[in-house]
Ligand binder design. Structure first.
Ligand code: 5AD
Ligand code: SF4
Length: 441
């Protein structure tokens, strides 16, 4: 069968879709990019924001047309929205064949093959105890790969639906992660991105208290991966700020393959709002953590997530966020307009900030970011950076694209030896709005 998979949401979802795709390929099916010629349409969905759900629902609804044309077409919805809505989706969308929640993703192949035989509609949102190591398949077609090291989340930030749709936090064993990494490296992978909803909580057995100083199973995992021959770069996303203790910070500084870039969600720079969000840190403790990290790793770059318009956010709270963002000087930031998620605690609070005001705050932070990035990129002219070569640039086929460990994108003219996955030095000659230009040395 020809399988079309569309993914919404985060990198964890991308990773799950890859593993599901690999399972289908291994049993003789093919993946395709064209929904019109597919025999099976799979939608791996996200619930984290209302907009993500609306987008997926719109697309899935529209697929009714294809089903009318081809009644044999199998259509399935998986992932977070599937988990949240379950049977309700089957009831609302009569052209759907199945709904598989976040604990049942490894059953996608079996479910599709059963439906092809017996045409019975299926919905399952049961949690799975098997799943943690089940989605380890890769398509092995790239120099870069992702490994999910934890699943679920125990932190219960008041705005967030993840603990409800992804369940409690579970960590994989170090041996199974190392084996997966070794296998990927043997297949040409040079960069590994470790994934988890709270990646630095790896190995803490779901304890919601950040680890004591001196203790960090995540640091031990990074050190073990850092020893693997053939691997060039290790990235990870997303860690929660409170988990960066002395043990983890010194491991980050001493592991030469761990990239000098951290995605460190801030959410708000106002203590009052952080508290209402059930974030267990203050603006000051966030600031101090960034300072300790920078002291240990001077060229470290930071990106972040921020929510504007959380219930009760006043102009002064927003200004505190703006100030802290400018002070930290994030190289990248994802700004989200608050939307209440059914089931999450904050959905019980009145959504006090108007859409226009959320948009205004959103745009101010984006403008600040643009200004800041422009300056940083300009200052890099004349410097030499090491990039991991990713291949022909999407915008200009005569150029190649690479990325620095600090996560800047660099475009350069290729030479005859350059290969994807190579580490090369590039002299920076100029910049665009969000990326750098340079020449291979
Ligand atoms: N509204 C807006 N943004 C949200 N996020 C999570 N939940 C919500 C919500 N209800 C954002 C957070 C998180 C990112 C993945 O999505 O910033 O870090
Ligand atoms: Fe979206 Fe969160 Fe689910 Fe990822 S885990 S797909 S961000 S709801």
């Amino acid at each position: 069968m020809k399988i079309f998979i569309k993914t919404y949401g985060c990198q964890m979802n991308e990773r799950d879709s890859e593993a599901i795709g690999a399972l289908f390929e291994k049993s003789g099916h093919t993946l395709c990019d064209d929904e019109n010629s597919a025999d099976v349409l799979l939608f791996n969905t996200c619930s984290v924001r209302d907009a993500a759900e609306r987008k997926a629902k719109g697309k899935i609804g529209y697929m009714r047309k294809l089903k009318n044309r081809n009644p044999d077409l199998i259509i399935g919805v998986m992932g977070c929205m599937a988990q949240r809505l379950g049977d309700q989706l089957l009831a609302e969308l009569p052209h759907l064949d199945f709904v598989l929640g976040t604990g049942q993703l490894h059953k996608a192949l079996e479910t599709v093959e059963n439906i092809a035989r017996n045409r019975q509609r299926v919905s399952s949102t049961l949690p799975s105890l098997e799943e943690i190591d089940m989605l380890g398949e890769h398509r092995n077609n790239s120099w870069s790969a992702q490994i999910a090291i934890t699943r679920g989340c125990n932190r219960f930030c008041s705005y967030c639906i993840v603990p409800y749709v992804r369940g409690r936090e579970v960590s994989r064993t170090r041996d199974s992660i190392i084996a997966e990494a070794e296998n990927l490296i043997a297949n040409g992978v040079r960069e590994i991105l470790l994934l988890g909803q709270n990646v630095a909580a790896y190995g803490l057995n779901g304890d919601i208290r950040p680890p004591a100083e001196g203790h960090s199973p995540f640091a031990e995992l990074l050190e073990a991966l850092n020893e693997l021959p053939g691997l060039e770069r290790i990235r990870y996303t997303s860690p929660y700020v409170s988990y960066f203790n002395d043990r983890l910070i010194s491991a980050l500084a001493s592991c030469s393959k761990v990239c000098h870039n951290i995605h460190l969600p801030l959410q708000s720079g106002s203590d009052r709002i952080l508290q209402a969000m059930n974030r267990q840190y203050t603006a000051q403790s966030y600031r101090e953590k960034v300072a300790s990290l920078r002291q240990a790793i001077p060229d470290l770059t930071f990106s972040t997530d921020v929510i504007v318009g959380f219930p009760g956010e006043e102009e002064s709270d927003f200004e505190a966020t703006r100030e802290l963002m400018n002070e930290v000087g994030f190289e990248q930031a994802y700004i989200f307009k608050y939307s209440p998620r059914p089931g999450a605690k904050s959905a019980l609070l009145a959504d006090t900030v108007s859409e226009e005001e959320k948009l205004r705050r959103n745009n101010i932070l984006l403008d600040d970011l643009q200004l800041r990035i422009g300056k940083k990129l300009k200052n890099m002219t004349g410097s030499t950076v090491e990039v991991l070569c990713e291949g022909v640039s999407a915008r200009n086929s005569s150029r190649w694209t690479g990325r620095t460990g600090t996560n800047f994108v660099v475009h350069f003219e290729p030479d005859t030896q350059v290969k994807t996955g190579d580490l090369r030095n590039v002299r920076i000659t100029g910049c665009g709005q969000v990326s750098l230009f340079g020449e291979l040395i």
